[in-house]
Design a binder for this molecule. Structure first.
Ligand code: HEC
Length: 151
């Protein structure tokens, strides 16, 4: 066998072996938990649907995984974002946050979407539907401003 072929075969083998190492999945088959943000505030249908489509994949206990998310090294790359995102903000666990933390997180959400830092740009390449139009940003910001929080 030619050396080039050997090297290529080596890479394919490594690629296949690496596929067996898969991170634990962020999937919760239960119902919407009582600590979900939608149980704490009146969340308008429109806003809820924007959050679900654009944020919940990284900021909740349940990710809607695309097929390519099962292929390494994409798998680990995505899981890292999910774990980091969840740690910062988890819409499913909103009710477990202190009043102060809730107020701060609401401000952070408004800032992140206004500055277009969220959803993560890398996520938007393959999730066009998660892109926030000007109207959607306004929808989120207006809703946050309407909430009865300590200011
Ligand atoms: C692809 C995953 C992903 C998506 C989708 C996503 N985020 Fe994030 N988010 C992260 C990660 C990762 C962090 C941790 C900080 C960082 O790496 O920038 C984060 C951090 C945050 C923070 C914390 C900032 C702070 O200072 O407290 C807020 C707020 C936030 N995201 C809001 C949102 C909102 C709102 C959406 C939807 C419009 C969204 N994110 C969509 C991954 C994501």
């Amino acid at each position: 066998m030619k050396p080039v072929k050997k090297i290529l075969l080596g890479f394919i083998l490594i690629f296949l072996i690496v596929q067996m190492i898969q991170p634990a999945r962020n999937i919760d088959y239960g119902q919407v938990p009582s600590s979900d943000i939608s149980k704490i505030y009146q969340v308008p249908q429109k806003v809820q649907s924007i959050l679900k489509t654009s944020c919940y994949d990284c900021h909740s206990n349940s990710t809607d995984y695309p097929v390519y998310a099962y292929v390494q090294p994409v798998s680990s790359y995505l899981e890292n974002h999910i774990q980091k995102g969840k740690k910062e903000l988890n819409f499913n666990e909103w009710g477990l946050y202190s009043q102060r933390k809730q107020t701060n997180k609401l401000k952070a959400i408004a800032n992140q979407v206004k500055q277009r830092k969220m959803p993560l740009p890398s996520y938007l390449y393959l999730h066009q539907d998660a892109k926030l139009s000007k109207e959607k940003v306004e929808e989120i910001v207006n809703w946050i401003e309407s909430l009865p929080t300590e200011k």
